[in-house]
Design a protein around this ligand. Structure first.
Ligand code: BDP
Length: 679
């Protein structure tokens, strides 16, 4: 198995009794609609059942009085939201009800999931509504086929072949997304090329949209803010300039001619060198609202990113996005949503939630997670990300009192947003198995499932994915679920324990905590950990940058005191003495060493666990994962050695027993990193 089929494998269910039980209610697929999306739903059911039950189930327009089939139906009066579905089974007749065609499609995939995970269906009665409206992937893909921070090959989009040749893979991409409820995709990099707004490219994007449409997926584009200058021939891109406004209005009209259901724009502006409204003395709201006005007549939306930090690097970067956006609360147009990264810095293995979520009640805030493993070991380290996503979604902002979780902010239930969105920066690429690391497919899957319903548990999602993708054998499925669940903490332990962050530079892979030279201080590693002869950590209380003041008082209280601050966040907010005793009973130095060593050792545990499921997992997948775990083991030791040898120069203390001193010197580790960075 090369992994291409993802979680939609549909291999024959081994248990014949189970097959027979399912067969009783799956004799026909009744489709009484000409909707392309419902047609997709029926065909997906047919494909799935063909594989799972080994029989061809006919699609018919009417049951003709027969029972024992699956009926697809929409009901405008159903108590569902626009994409929700209902599954029921009465006297062996299954009904999939949606309020809309898309609801039926999601219901069809949900029914297949019941079969794939071997659930009883006799008394099936299930209602599910997505909690967030726009559930999107963000692709950081470029015109030349490269992917910014992509680790699974080249872009899926073959721009040179489009629009004439349609790679069948586009449809498979859409199927996978629809099966987990994703309904939007931004096809190009946030560091956007204006080329995507030319007629040449709009035709190509329209060809993709034509494939995705029958899977309920809308297409969006990232836009280059000065496009009116680069491709429009104007002298300015000032959002308050009438000609600029007209240029965008015309451009948007043109886009909708190509793509009638175009979703809208994603914008990275005045961020990391990208131009934006501030270049003209305007603010983010001015920029966003100008685009919003152009899109509004077509019901398009603007997703404006809050990932910004100024270039001087003197202030605490942690505070930057809040400082720029908080004063703009309530100033954005109705069809604008501000997309905020989960943490204040940048997709670190562990970050506190972004303070923006707790302080802008009048602005719809969307969530941006990163699925691609930019800071999580690329495609060789195993990190199941649902716990990262959940940790942020479940965090309490206290914006409207206790229980004001980030999830409730994002799903709109707290502030009654008219618009809600959640995005994941995709980990897909042209590798045959889509994600490089076979188990990284689980991250794409988990993102989609949580985007639909953030109350699902990491464990339930993992277990579901494992059963659909790797094995339904109970004990092996349990073992794999367990290793997925533990993988993130293991990675954090050897990589950034106790609230450390950004110990690498360059490509964001090799350990380089000593990195202290860059064009700007906040692009060095030492800026973040601040190790010195006394201790380590970034003081963000009132004694330091006071970034903590950006949170509600209740949150400040949890993190303000180093003696009570939860250990995962300790060095995010405090500069702590090496000799300080922690709640674990160990000194900070000993605790850090313990984390680095046990983290690295735990990769050995992952390997053992994986070895134990060999008999129940496809051999190609098994070997693929085993090989990557071996690499991870080597690299985890590299991380451990780099950190302890480097920090030892500040702490001047021995490595605590029972851990053995690294076999190499700091100089040797540094040489290794230097070689790694050669081109
Ligand atoms: C950083 C990435 C960079 C992205 C940037 C962003 O290193 O490639 O362009 O985020 O999100 O994590 O805009």
């Amino acid at each position: 198995d090369d992994g291409y089929r993802l979680w939609l494998k549909y291999d024959l269910i081994k248990d014949a009794t189970k097959r027979a039980a399912y067969a009783r209610s799956t004799q026909l697929i009744v489709l009484n609609s000409t909707s392309p999306i419902q047609k997709t739903a029926a065909e997906e059911l047919q494909t799935g059942l063909q594989g799972l039950l080994g029989k061809t189930v006919p699609i018919v327009a009417s049951a003709g009085g027969k029972t024992g089939g699956i009926t697809l139906t929409t009901n405008a009066a159903a108590s569902l939201n626009s994409e929700g579905y209902q599954l029921s089974n009465q006297q062996n007749t299954i009904t999939i009800t949606g309020k809309t065609d898309a609801g039926v499609l999601y219901g069809a995939f949900a029914l297949l999931r019941q079969f794939q995970t071997l659930q009883p269906i006799d008394r099936l009665s299930l209602t599910s509504n997505p909690k967030i409206q726009h559930r999107m992937l963000n692709h950081w893909d470029n015109t030349d086929g490269s992917i910014e921070r992509g680790y699974a090959g080249q872009s899926l989009w073959k721009w040179y072949e489009l629009p004439e040749r349609i790679d069948p893979r586009y449809r498979d991409y859409a199927r996978a997304n629809a099966s987990i409820g994703i309904n939007g995709t931004v096809v190009n990099n946030v560091n956007a090329s204006s080329r995507f707004l030319t007629a040449e490219y709009l035709q190509k994007v329209a060809a993709l949209a034509n494939v995705f449409r029958s899977y309920g997926i809308k297409v969006y584009l990232s836009v280059y803010f000065p496009a009116p200058k680069t491709i429009g021939g104007l002298k300015t891109a000032d959002p308050l300039d009438p000609e600029v406004n007209k240029w965008w209005a015309d451009k948007v009209n043109e886009i909708y001619k190509f793509i009638p259901d175009f979703g809208g724009f994603l914008v990275k502006a005045n961020s990391e060198g990208q131009p934006g409204p501030q270049d003209y003395g305007r603010n983010h709201a001015d920029g966003a609202n100008m685009l919003a006005k152009a899109l509004a007549p077509h019901k398009g939306i603007v997703i404006w990113r809050a990932f910004v930090y100024k270039a001087d690097g003197k202030a605490d970067r942690f505070k930057a996005a809040y400082d720029e956006f908080n004063p703009l609360d309530g100033q954005f147009a109705k069809n604008v949503i501000v997309q905020v990264k989960n943490g204040p810095i940048d997709f670190q293995p562990r970050e506190p939630f972004s303070p923006i979520f707790g302080t802008m009640p009048k602005t719809p805030l969307g969530m941006e997670f990163q699925i691609t493993q930019e800071y999580l070991g690329f495609a060789t380290h195993l990190v199941y990300e649902a716990p990262i996503f959940k940790e942020c979604l479940d965090a309490d902002t206290y914006v409207s009192g206790k229980g004001s979780t980030v999830a409730k902010v994002v799903d709109g239930s707290l502030h009654q947003y008219p618009l809600t969105a959640i995005a994941g920066v995709a980990n897909t690429g042209s590798d045959r198995n889509w994600t490089g690391h076979p188990l990284a497919q689980a991250n794409w899957y988990a993102f989609g499932r949580l985007a639909w319903d953030h109350t699902l548990s990491s464990e339930a999602i993992a277990n579901e994915w494992v059963k659909m993708t790797l094995t339904t054998e109970l004990s092996s499925a349990k073992t794999i679920t367990d290793l997925l669940l533990k993988s993130r903490e293991i990675y954090v332990n050897y990589n950034t324990p106790l609230g450390l962050s950004r110990p690498w530079t360059g490509v964001h892979f090799a350990p380089e905590p000593w990195q202290n030279r860059s064009s700007r201080p906040d692009w060095t590693a030492v800026y973040y950990h601040r190790a010195d002869s006394l201790g380590i950590g970034f003081e963000r209380t009132a004694k330091g940058s006071n970034a903590l003041a950006q949170y509600r008082p209740e949150v400040q209280q949890q993190w303000n005191n180093p003696a009570t601050c939860p250990l995962p966040y300790l060095l995010w907010f405090h500069h702590v003495l090496w000799t300080q005793k922690l709640s674990t009973g160990r000194t900070l130095w000993d605790e850090l060493c313990t984390r680095f060593y046990t983290g690295a050792d735990s990769v050995g545990w992952l390997q053992k666990q994986w070895a134990s499921v060999r008999k129940d997992v496809d051999s190609e997948t098994f070997a693929n994962v085993a090989g990557r775990l071996e690499t991870q083991q080597k690299e985890a030791i590299w991380w451990r050695d780099a950190w302890v040898l480097y920090l030892q120069e500040f702490a001047r203390q021995p490595i605590p027993a029972p851990f053995k001193k690294p076999e190499r010197s700091l100089k040797e580790v540094k040489e290794l990193v230097d070689i790694y960075q050669l081109r």
